[in-house]
Every structure is written in structure tokens, then in C-alpha cells.
Design a protein around this ligand. Sequence first.
Ligand SMILES: N[C@@H](CCC(=O)N[C@@H](CS)C(=O)NCC(=O)O)C(=O)O
Length: 234
Amino acid sequence: MKLYWCPETRANRVVWMLEELGVDYETVYVDIFKPARSAEFLAVSPMGKVPALDDGEVRMCDSSAICLYLADRYAPGELAPALDDPDRGCFLQWMTFAPGVVEPAVTEMLGGPAGDSRANGWGDFDRMVKTWEQGLGGNPWILGERFTAADVMLGATGVLFQRFKLFRGHPALSDYIARCERREAFQRALAVDRAGPRSLPARVQALAMGAAASMVWVRKPAYRLLDRLRRRRR
Ligand SMILES: N[C@@H](CCC(=O)N[C@@H](CS)C(=O)NCC(=O)O)C(=O)O
């Protein structure tokens, strides 16, 4: 199995997933900061984005699709509830929550005043956090007592955004993210990332991310205030 990957990207979700599964894989480094993309890679990932997976006859991209595929294929009934399991529906809902709701809600909140929460599929940051917390409902994992691929998707996304301290004031969510981070497979995935190559632009981006993370406490309240003023005017 070949994983097209770059450190400190969404590819870490799949590395974590593969480590949970304990299957053999090799990583193929793609420097996403350079425009060049090999034809071999583009055949697996038409958008030229990581992660992408080549598993013999199966070639696919997108972290949530890959994690779902891997769980169904290599750990059915364990990391993915079986098709006839009543938890299957909820599992699918949470599998798409990270890319469909968490990512855009955070990007919007960090990037500027909010749009229309009713029209936007992700609602807004507060609705997203509330829903995630309610979903956990005091349980260790999103489906209750069992850890699944949905926790890989949510946990990896949570760890990334926790760097921006976005979940301060949400202890249940912070605890959940810390619990994900403590998993041995997560730690192994982190080691894979840390051992990976880093081009100069990647290092610059990491520095910029660090700076943005510390700025967030200035930007966040300012955007919130702007947003409230806008809503009042509507
Ligand atoms: N929805 C995709 C998003 C993949 C994605 O945007 N990957 C970024 C790195 S985190 C990338 O490869 N960017 C390089 C580019 O767009 O050229 C997923 O979850 O896999």
C-alpha cells in the first residue's frame, strides 16, 4: 500500500488510521509547496492533493474517504461499524463532520466575519462546537465506548485546531482531543510526520501557523464583534 503524503497535512489522518490498523504501508513524499506533480501521483489524486492512496486495484484520494475505505476493508466491525449495525448511520455522519462542518466553520471563523449560518452547511463555529460536544455526550469516543475511524477524522482535526486554542472553555472537547493524542497509534503517526522531509516553504508555513495561532486571541473576538454588529443590522 502506498500513501502519498506530506508532513503536517491532512495526510496525518491516514497515517494514524494505518497505524491503528497495523497494516504495512509505504509513504511517498509529495512536496505540496512545489507546483510539480508526477503523472503517477495525479492518476491517484486528480487535484494534486495529499493524502492519496494506492492499494493495488484501489486508487483514491481524500482523507475521510480513505479512512472509511481502510476501516471497512481492513477492520470491519471494529474501526467501522458493520453495515447492519445500528451505529453505522451515526458513524457515517461523524466521518463527514470534520471536512464538511469542522474545517469550514473554523476557516470561516479565523478568516473573517461569518456568512449566513442558515445557508452555510457548516452553520457556524458555535453550532459546530456545540454539536460536537453533544455528540460526545460525556463518552470517551464519538460512538460511545468504542473507538472508530470517525475518532481518527475528528481527533486529527481537533489536534490541529487545538494549536490555535480554539476549544478553550470546552473542557469535554479538549479532553477528547487529548485522549486521541494519547493513543499509541497517534504517537506513531506523529513520529512518522516528524521524521519526514521539510522544504523551506514548509518550514516558513509552520512558523506562520505558529504566529497565527498566537494571534488568534486578537482576531477571534474582533471578528465576533463585527459579526454581531452585522447581524444586528440585518
Ligand atoms: N478534502 C481533502 C483535502 C486535501 C487537501 O487540501 N490537502 C492539502 C494539504 S492539507 C494539499 O494537498 N494541498 C496542496 C495543493 O492544494 O496543491 C482531504 O481531506 O483529503
